[in-house]
Design a protein around this ligand. Sequence first.
Ligand code: ZN
Length: 295
Amino acid sequence: MNGTFWREKLRTGVTSPLHWVSMIVMRFFTSAFTTFVLFLSVTSCGFLKKEKVPPAPVSVPVTAPKTSSYTPRSLNAAPLRNPNVALSGAFQGGEASHSFGNRSKPYIAMTFDDGPHPVHTPRLLDMLKRRNIRATFYVIGHKVERYPHIIRRIVAEGHEIGNHTWKHDNLTKLSNAQIIADLQRSTNAIAKVTGVRPRTMRPPYGALYGAQRQMVYNRLGMPSILWDVDPQDWKRPGPSVVSSRIVNGTKPGSIVLAHDLHGPTVDAMPAALDGLLRKGHQFVTVSQLLAQKGQ
Ligand SMILES: [Zn+2]
């Protein structure tokens, strides 16, 4: 039509009113049609988008029992910030040995001796991780060389490593020079594997004379760490006995002795740790506990 219109215009030099009317009508319908097509496209896209939106999730109210101050957290829940991370571990010297920390603060230290064990220690680490608890591991030097990956995991997950001698000798039967050489050998093995040096030591069986403790402290700067809660777990009285002894015996400032060498001791830990949390205790490492002493 346009071609005809312009040919007519060129031929005659004028445009008849009929042509003008037909032009206007035609352009009106063309514009209307285009607008209609555009409208259809936009609205259909809108409908498609709307259909793809998933239905809103149904919120289920979560109810927690009010019977205790501690509620175990789901593994899927967002992890809580561990208040102990910010607690200083820079303890000042003075005492050559410690059996407990500050009695007027809520902090306690769980300690695990004689590991690492290839099965029980990783199991224990899982339990501690689930509860966001930090502990201290008094490891045996020759086992550090044997299970370096477990020692690295202990450090990587925020726990503290302590020196528990090279092969668990009774130090009271050794000379001063032998004691120092033994502890240094273990310290070097730990430092080589993890990059950190232990700051405290625990004598096997708790056996170290006062003069020897002072000698170790003067020479190596490491206080001897004993305990005030001993569940006698190495006698294997059963997990429920071990857990109840720990929960009942622990008070503010306590240092709890346990052995990750023994399977039943690790079996006792979920009940022991949850029981301690319910009583309001807060877990710190031994260095942190010592740093709180005298404050
Ligand atoms: Zn031991």
